[in-house]
Design a binder for this molecule. Structure first.
Ligand SMILES: [Zn+2]
Length: 371
């Protein structure tokens, strides 16, 4: 098997959705800098992300919408019609300098991943994971939907059965629009119940192929391990996927400002470790994550694990420098960050009771027929 490939780009460095937007913080650039500081990102494993062309994006998005994104980027202003038709220029989905180029680069990486995985292997596109994007509109900070485009790309390269596993704190409503009802796509999502977009209760089966594990606030590492071993792993295994797409949103960890779960980054990594060898192709995407330290540490750990590296107990000086240089202005968590956010990748585990609500959700979902 060839070495895992990391798809990245410098466009993410310094790009911001605006001063008060959750996506004002650096994310992918931190992962690149940390991985390089650790010696984990040799040139041969780094792929510069191409920017997807409009012709590729209209494979799922409407031409009208893609044209609007390009025009808004050029003019740096959204019209009332852009807002009404495409939700471009809202508080959630603001106009910003790279409003077309940045999402088109993340999407280009995910589309390329479909091609790179044709013969098998592992690809990591941490800028990907924009799972809320809709065909004709922006949604939840997502202008495009790169997971959908990645899976369509896999299909174009002959990959049929795809298991999509999403452990971001939010329900992947856009992906469900794209692949709901597709019997060759198993969609499993673990997300906070009743959190925006509120669309993934346990009862919602996405047209027959979705397992929505809506979990209560305070969801802990033990509960994630339970969901993983009782539901995720057996269902993925039984599905016998040709490819796994894992969306590894970092907003489900305790320090994230947008959700109310209590996971440590070990929970995500342990899901990754167990899924890693269950299919001949693995695409790992980023997703949400709005605390710059949580995101940088979790996603760098993902890359280390994909490469079989031991995660150092204490980071070398240069890597600590990357973390010490981060700022989280406008959030209390940025005022006095704990020392371990600078010196380690790994959090202390956050174990606890497996609550009845979690057991009941899994019990309900296990009644569904195996795909
Ligand atoms: Zn999220």
């Amino acid at each position: 098997m060839t070495s895992p490939l990391f798809i990245g780009h410098e466009i993410y460095r310094g790009s911001s959705y605006g001063r008060w937007h959750p996506l004002r913080v650096p994310r992918v650039s931190t992962v690149m800098d940390l991985s390089r500081a650790l010696g984990w990102l040799p040139k041969g494993q780094f792929v510069t992300s191409p920017r997807a062309k409009p012709e590729a994006l209209v494979n799922w998005h409407t031409a009208d919408y893609i044209g609007a994104l390009q025009r808004v980027e050029a003019d740096q202003i959204a019209t009332a019609q852009d807002l009404a038709r495409h939700d471009i220029g809202s508080v959630t989905n603001p106009v910003f300098p790279e409003i077309f180029r940045r999402p088109a680069t993340a999407a280009g990486g995910s589309i390329l991943a479909g091609e790179l995985l044709c013969e098998g292997g592992v690809v990591y596109n941490p800028a990907g994971g924009t799972h809320h994007g809709m065909p004709n509109r922006a949604n939840g900070f997502c202008y495009l939907n790169d997971p959908v485009l990645a899976m369509l790309s896999l299909r174009q390269f002959g990959v049929r059965r795809i298991a999509f596993v999403d452990i971001d704190a939010h329900h992947p409503d856009g992906v469900e629009v794209g692949f709901g009802g597709d019997p060759d796509c198993l969609m499993i999502s673990v997300h906070e119940a009743r959190l925006w977009p509120r669309s993934g209760p346990v009862e919602n089966d996405g047209g027959g192929n979705a397992l929505n594990v809506a979990v209560p606030r305070g969801f802990n590492d033990s509960e994630m391990a339970f969901v993983r071993d009782a539901l995720i792993l057996p269902r993925v295994q039984a599905f016998m996927p040709d490819a796994i797409v894992l969306l590894c949103g970092a907003d489900a960890v305790e320090e994230d400002p947008l959700s109310h779960l209590q996971l440590s980054n070990n929970a995500h990594w342990d899901v990754l470790r167990r899924l890693m060898n269950m299919a001949p192709r693995l695409l790992v995407l980023g997703g949400g994550g709005y605390n710059p330290w949580s995101v940088g540490r979790l996603w760098t750990g993902v890359w280390g694990i994909l490469n079989g590296h031991d995660l150092p107990a204490t980071l070398p000086t240069q890597a600590q420098g990357v973390l010490r240089a981060l700022r989280f202005d406008g959030n209390r968590r940025g005022k006095n960050p704990p020392e371990h956010w600078f010196t380690t990748l790994q959090d202390d585990p956050r174990q606890g009771d497996v609550r009845d609500e979690v057991k009941e959700a899994v019990r309900q979902l296990l009644k569904r027929p195996v795909l």
